[in-house]
Design a protein around this ligand. Structure first.
Ligand code: ZN
Length: 466
């Protein structure tokens, strides 16, 4: 059984309880700090309403009930990442409770969604947790608002955990409560137990692939212990990204061990019907309903609609804008989900961070429609286009003028006469020889020309039936 606690850095301008910028680009360590987020005595926190809005909208999107009143508690612990020696979080009454997410047909229940402040970032100066001789602490992140989304232990496999996280993060992206491009991250604590054993918690895993790997490792470790007749300890473990193993961090504390106390600096927060209704009214379209709409309105397959929507809200917006400009959704969808996505992934870029724009992408598709470039050449061109963002017509022009039929025929004749062995093999019916000759022609024409047309010309040149 697997349960997850997902921490999502919320998309706000300022931190949760002070005016410091939450995401300062190019900030030096400890630059975005003040007496509140550094926890000076007497400094008073003031709640950021936007962060509460975001958690309410997450709760509504996940089908949770929103509590009419909520309040904040101090979670006491002693680590260098918390200058106050406590973290302001919600314990007794979270903002939202009791929702679910459908993941490939199975319902993963959501226990609660609450708001808390992020601790500081700890940097292991030389090496990792075990090997470092000292640590550096950067308080720029201290006080950034986090939504914590806690599931019931409903997840049945590491693979399902990953599918759940993919879906959840897409929902957070569409809600615009989470902005990866600004440097926000999602960090996961995973609780895992196998039949009859205590549960172990793996802390602070970043990257959904790592979550899957950590869980896989942990299941095998626990199975091996049980097979040897040993007991599984209740403990907190650390996942090593490089070794892909988990190691013990500390004996698991129970929630009560933290000594939660009501935060006297923050008043009880009433969440009125009007407040909640206002957020419900301004909720954006959610991924699952968008998949249905794209498939219906653009007559593309549900599979393609899913790829477009789940690649991200920026990708989906790009699709709709290109369709508006180009008018052929099937072609837009095919070229986006195959070749464009491949080039972006290769550069590890989101479409909103790339140089690619709907008007220039529509221009590329237009060149193909008019027969100015062939598909094969377009697949080459798209890489250069994604690299540079330059106009596809310009790129095609600088690669050379379109080939005339006479030029192509001349090139074919030359290639056939220079390669008599391959030509003889082709006459004997060896198809590999045809591929070889087509390849030679394409390399001479710098990939211009349609392979089917070239094959025809080769047969013609050899006096073979078409
Ligand atoms: Zn501050």
């Amino acid at each position: 059984m697997i349960g997850l606690e997902v921490h999502c850095q919320l998309n706000t301008e300022s931190k949760l309880f002070c005016q410091c910028e939450a995401y300062l680009s190019d900030a030096k360590p400890n630059e975005s700090t003040c007496e509140v987020c550094l926890g000076y005595p007497g400094a008073k926190p003031v709640l950021n309403k936007r962060a509460v809005d975001h958690v309410i909208s997450i709760g509504l999107a996940l089908g949770c009930a929103i509590n009419s009143e909520t309040y904040f508690s101090r979670k006491t612990y002693f680590y260098p990442d918390m200058p106050k020696n406590f973290q302001i979080t919600q314990y007794e009454v979270p903002i939202a409770m009791g929702g679910k997410i459908d993941v490939n047909g199975s319902a993963i229940r959501i226990r609660r969604v609450h708001l808390e402040e992020d601790p500081a970032r700890i940097i292991y100066a030389n090496g990792n947790l075990e090997t470092t001789s000292y640590v550096l602490v950067d308080y720029n992140r201290a006080g950034v608002p986090l939504a914590e989304i806690v599931t019931e232990p409903d997840i049945k496999s590491p693979r399902e955990a990953r599918a759940f996280l993919d879906k959840l993060s897409t929902i957070l992206d569409y809600l615009k409560v989470y902005d990866q491009a600004r440097g926000a991250s999602i960090r996961v604590d995973a609780n895992i137990s196998i039949e009859g054993g205590e549960r172990a918690e793996i802390k602070n895993i970043t990257g959904f692939e790592s979550v899957e790997k950590a869980l896989n490792y942990e299941i095998v470790r626990q199975q091996n212990l049980l097979r040897l007749g040993r007991k599984i300890e209740r403990e907190t473990r650390h996942f090593d990204e490089i070794a892909k193993t988990t190691s013990p961090l500390r004996k698991k504390e129970f929630e009560e061990d933290y000594g939660y106390i009501f935060d006297p600096d923050l008043p009880v927060l009433g969440l009125s019907e009007e407040w909640i209704a206002g957020i419900r009214g301004s909720m954006p379209e959610l991924p699952d309903s968008m998949v249905e709409r794209l498939a219906r309105d653009y007559s593309i397959s549900r599979y393609d609609a899913k790829v477009i929507v789940y690649t991200g809200s920026d990708f989906a917006a790009f699709f709709e804008e290109t369709c508006r400009l180009h008018g052929k959704p099937l072609a837009v969808s095919r070229w986006m989900t195959n070749y464009l996505l491949k080039s972006l992934n290769w550069r590890s870029e989101r479409i909103s961070q790339s140089k690619v724009r709907p008007d220039t992408f529509a221009e590329l598709l237009g060149l193909m429609d008019r027969g100015s470039i062939g598909e094969r050449y377009a697949k080459e061109l798209i890489k250069e286009y994604v690299d540079t963002g330059a106009s596809p017509s310009e790129l095609a022009r600088s690669a050379g003028e379109p080939l005339t039929p006479e030029e192509l025929e001349r090139t074919v004749k030359n290639v056939v006469s220079e390669n008599s062995t391959a030509a003889a093999e082709l006459r004997e019916g060896k198809e590999a020889a045809m591929q070889y000759l087509i390849g030679l022609v394409l390399s001479k024409t710098k990939k211009r020309g349609d392979p089917r047309e070239i094959a025809k010309l080769i047969r013609n040149a050899l006096g073979m039936p078409l």
